[in-house]
Design a binder for this molecule. Sequence first.
Ligand code: GLN
Length: 483
Amino acid sequence: MHQLTLAEIARGLADKKFSSEELTKVLLARIAQLDPQLNSFISLTEDLALTQAKAADARRANGESGALLGAPIAHKDLFCTQGIRTSCGSKMLDNFKAPYDATVVAKLAAAGAVTLGKTNMDEFAMGSANESSYYGAVKNPWNLEHVPGGSSGGSAAAVAARLLPAATGTDTGGSIRQPAALTNLTGLKPTYGRVSRWGMIAYASSLDQGGPMARTAEDCAILLQGMAGFDPNDSTSIDEPVPDYSASLNGSLQGLRIGVPKEYFSAGLDPRIAELIHNSIKELEKLGAVIKEISLSNMQHAIPAYYVIAPAEASSNLSRFDGVRFGYRCEDPKNLEDLYKRSRGEGFGAEVQRRIMVGAYALSAGYYDAYYLKAQKIRRLIKNDFMAAFNEVDIILGPTTPNPAWKLGAKNSDPVAAYLEDVYTITANLAGLPGLSMPAGFVDGLPVGVQLLAPYFQEGRLLNVAHQYQLNTDWHTRTPTGF
Ligand code: GLN
């Protein structure tokens, strides 16, 4: 039963092959048995899950239907869940029970999804390896000595190991797409404003976006349907109708114009990944797509710009964690300044402190123009490159990551080496565009992802291309040994 996708679960529940309660019990037992190897969960919510599963079964018995009604999922531990620990992977929030549900959590619960737990993540979503979590590193089910990617590494490892069919993630610079690529999943970062950020603990507010992680594009469509939509509580949420994403999965790729940026195939890309990307291009050509070389000439500036803008916003967002209102408070503070200093010094880990310092520096008087303002100008140039490219092509294709998953600890002493892994993903966040990563093959037994980018609000197009590809390839069906 644990091999079933969301789409198959929906059919099984509708046909009364099993109940949501039965399925939930099977998956909870599987998590108890296998997760100690992976560390993909920070909290399990067994009681809530069984209550929700029984309620979903009752709703189905009353004639209700719906693709998510009774479907087991988990939330990245950055989404607020009422009365349940919401740690954001940090000691700072280890004792924090959110007083309300994030919009995404509330919407999915209303659709009948069953929450099995909260998944592990890099502290405050800062990282690409899930090693900065206060709760310890997450292991990649494809090779337990390797990282699963981050920051949504817990969601990725859990879904890849078939502990559950799908989970939520968030993506500020690649944190859905990169761990999806490194664990053989399909993951979608929606257009900025498509999914409400209300109740998502903020890292970099102008870049953060929640989205689905699952094994197939078909399942990402189902989960995104439950997440997307206007929310008056999020002032950057966009009031656009939500299309039927599952209905968008049957389009022909005949004549689809795919742009392949020449900058993507530079020296930094593992040649074995380049070969797999070329294979996926050939596959899409067989389905009728037309390939065109394009240029994203400002791409080389993306990492420096992102690593100014994201820390700048983080330094502001994380100022609310002061030891006074919620979260960690140091023992016996001598005075108010000591309370702030020690609560923050003891509550935040090294990477979070590094980013707060970089961000505060970049925003300080005298440096603002040189760093923050400059980075914002680069951001606009990157967006302009995309706008020009999308005048000529329908989607942009390339690798999701320059390398497959690295060994645990391999990049710990060199933060910049880890930042460079984000080279293909962060441009979509800077421009606010939707992006998807899907399985494209293996290098040394480790999964590789291909990334697709589309114009604003064209999530349906991304999902359709990925679905057509998945109808003709079987990479996404491969299961890690031992799981
Ligand atoms: N790896 C990037 C960072 O560390 C992106 C993280 C994310 O998308 N949350 O900032």
